[in-house]
Design a protein around this ligand. Structure first.
Ligand code: COA
Ligand code: AMP
Length: 640
């Protein structure tokens, strides 16, 4: 009986997709409601093409207008600073208006790009909403990326302005952002007109006029002048943001998110997947720099008038493995969304969940996990200690909202551990073999989504339609390529097992091993290299670099390996977590010269492997096995 509900809704979408999404359009407020719901387009399909609206209006103003101004919109909770700050919808509107005024004062308007390079503070949300208010396009860059990565994004997005904070706070260290921004602008060809700096007391930035301006005084000036721009109506298909994500090359892909379809899809998800009602507290323990932060710290919860927690801290060490329980009990969190790695970190430090008992978690209904494959061990631990359903959901930066999930707001489908359950309305999944033919149940293949993609998914890559077509559309005509491999079981449950490209998932962060190889290849003593992901008990995967040095290099290996590690840290950033490098004499290759990364990975992970038929020199695999075993790989199973 219950099972019917999801099945009915999914079927109603399949029977009449446009009617389904026409009905969902009512979840948001439009200044001009859409009449054309869907338009197929050669460069990429579009939803709600003639609709007009504003994302900031929907996330802020409409709740105040509806009389909910005193409801909490954001709760900033920072164990790093010891501060907890609650911001009502009315207060949020006031701040966003003045910050939009400040942006306008610096010539930011509709269509202009603004890069936001900021930590987990309320001002990051305010910055994004102020851009949305003006129809400007924001691009948030994760603080753990180095200057070179920021520079690539500056050159691609061509921002008029960078909004930043003077520093980020990591356990045990203050990260000054200004030197990173200066270095990035120096490296980039494009030069933004202004850097607007939120000065934090922990480390102030030195500003050089006229390019650099202080946020606080400029916001205050806009307030004093009563410069409070109204929301600018934009087309549903106009870009709201660009979010760069790892692709198969070193150049990140600028995923474009539009306004209308995005908010509709998020409102649908908040209710039907995350089971959150207006006024309830939702906590997505991620970072604004990732898609989870965009969709489920910022836009999703605010679009429905819920309360969203902004957490500046870690699951462990700030101060202990009870941090998550403290936040949830302090703020009456109804649902937590995080990456499995966070739970693995907590479980490692508090295996018996003793700290949970110190807190009242009675308001917590559901735990959602995503960002990487959710291992059954982590689910079992969370279920046993929290005694609530643990819901896996699978999606990507490109889609912006879950492709597969258990729609708890509709009904809780039977949970199968290791599967993010079933396709959400809007998504029809297929698993294809190398000849683009669907495989049978439980057979592994490439996971693809039948076109068109639903509202909210990327319509394009930023000014790179060719890249969009090549990356996602050409390999499987009629389908979108997810880059993941796995299988569907006989009940339509999906199992996502691995990537089909060089992307690895480190602590829930998506990284390209190809881009690390590019950086390493730049080291003067490295002749060639291979980077691959090896299993890690905490982070799921970590990168391992195998380096072949130039002939005649006679410095100690340790010195060169340390330099290689530092190079990746300097050029990609600490987030790459590249700490394992190994010198090898040769790399195993096929006769046509392709490095056999998959085979090396299997050896390093202790998985069964077969000798590739095309291998050039099988003896090299023995050498690799020996070199790996000298650094403790494969790791003993009990460590996992
Ligand atoms: N700014 C600057 N540096 C940052 C950063 C930021 N915003 N975020 C992380 N880093 C640094 C860390 O300090 C660390 O540096 P180190 O090498 O000097 O130790 C490095 O980047 C790697 O970070 P991370 O992989 O996150 O490891 P960690 O040891 O700091 O923490 C976990 C491990 C499991 C606690 C942490 O990864 C975590 O909470 N992950 C949650 C995952 C998540 O939110 N995913 C988003 C998708 S849902
Ligand atoms: P990102 O774009 O950073 O969100 O990373 C998306 C990728 O992370 C997906 O393509 C998957 O490879 C992986 N991923 C995300 N969620 C899950 C999940 N629930 N199960 C398995 N893999 C996941």
């Amino acid at each position: 009986m219950k099972q019917q509900k999801y099945a009915d809704i999914y079927q109603s979408w399949r029977d009449a997709p446009e009617a389904f999404w026409a009905a969902q359009a009512a979840l948001i407020d439009w200044s001009k409601p859409p009449e054309t719901i869907f338009q197929a387009n050669e460069t990429g399909d579009r939803w709600y093409v003639d609709g007009e609206m504003n994302s900031c209006y929907n996330c802020v103003d409409r709740h105040v207008a509806a009389g909910h101004g005193e409801r909490e919109a954001l709760i900033y909770d920072s164990p790093m600073t010891g501060k907890i700050e609650k911001i009502t919808y009315a207060a949020l509107q006031e701040r966003v208006e003045c910050v939009a005024g400040m942006l306008q004062n610096h010539n930011i308007g509709k269509g202009d790009r603004v890069i936001i390079y900021m930590p987990m503070i309320a001002e990051t949300a305010i910055a994004a909403l102020a851009c949305a208010r003006l129809g400007a396009v924001h691009s948030i860059v994760f603080g753990g990326f180095a200057a070179a990565e920021l520079a690539t994004r500056i050159d691609d997005a061509q921002p008029k302005m960078i909004m930043a904070a003077s520093c980020g706070l990591e356990p045990g260290r203050v990260i000054a952002y200004k030197p990173l921004i200066d270095a990035a602008i120096e490296l980039a060809e494009h030069k933004p007109d202004h850097v607007v700096m939120w000065q934090r007391p922990h480390q102030q930035a030195e500003l050089s006029a006229p390019r650099d301006v202080e946020w606080q005084s400029q916001e205050q000036a806009a307030r004093a002048a009563n410069l409070r721009p109204a929301c600018v109506a934009v087309k549903a298909t106009d870009p709201l943001y660009i979010l760069y994500t790892s692709g198969t090359t070193g150049i990140p892909k600028g995923v474009v998110r539009d306004n209308g379809g995005h908010l509709v899809a998020l409102c649908w998800s908040m209710k039907n997947i995350y089971n959150i009602a207006p006024g309830e507290v939702f906590w997505s323990a991620s970072d604004f720099g990732w898609v989870v932060g965009h969709s489920f710290i910022l836009y999703g919860p605010l679009a429905i008038g819920a309360t969203s927690v902004i957490y500046e801290g870690k699951p462990v060490g700030t101060p202990d493995a009870g941090a998550f329980w403290r936040v949830m009990s302090a703020h009456g969190v109804r649902a937590l969304f995080t990456a499995p790695t966070a739970f693995r970190a907590i479980k490692k430090q508090d295996p018996d969940g003793k700290l949970i008992k110190n807190y009242d978690l009675s308001s917590l209904r559901t735990l959602y996990l995503a960002g990487e494959r959710v291992d059954p061990d982590t689910i079992n631990w969370a279920e046993a200690h929290l005694k609530i359903p643990v819901i896996d959901n699978w999606w990507q930066t490109e889609t912006g909202w879950p492709i597969c999930a258990n729609p708890v707001g509709i009904e809780t489908l039977p949970i199968k551990k290791g599967s993010p359950a079933r396709a959400m309305p809007g998504y029809e999944i297929a698993v294809l073999d190398e000849n683009n033919q669907p495989v049978g149940p439980n057979e592994t293949g490439a996971i693809v989504i039948k076109l068109p993609l639903p509202p909210g998914c990327l319509p394009d890559l930023w000014q790179n339609n060719e890249g969009f077509q090549t990356a996602y559309m050409v390999d499987y005509p009629g389908y979108y390529k997810t880059g993941d491999a796995g299988f569907l079981d006989e009940d339509g449950y999906l199992y996502v097992m691995s990537r089909t490209d060089d992307i690895i998932n480190v602590a829930g962060h998506r990284l390209s091993t190809g881009s690390m190889e590019e950086v390493l290849a730049g080291h003067k003593d490295i002749a060639e290299c291979a980077v691959l992901g090896v299993r890690d008990a905490l982070k799921g995967e970590v990168p391992l670099g195998l380096l072949v040095l130039n002939d005649g290099v006679n410095r100690p290996d340790a010195e060169i390996l340390a330099e290689a590690i530092q190079l990746v840290r300097d050029q990609i950033g600490p987030v790459a977590a590249f700490k394992l490098a190994l010198r090898v004499a040769r790399l195993p290759k096929t006769r046509s010269g392709k490095i056999l990364r998959a085979t090396i990975r299997k050896i390093a992970n202790g998985e069964t492997w077969t000798m590739p038929a095309t291998i050039d020199d099988p003896a090299i695999l023995d050498e690799i096995s020996q070199a790996l075993s000298a650094i403790g790989y494969p790791q003993p199973i009990e460590n996992e």
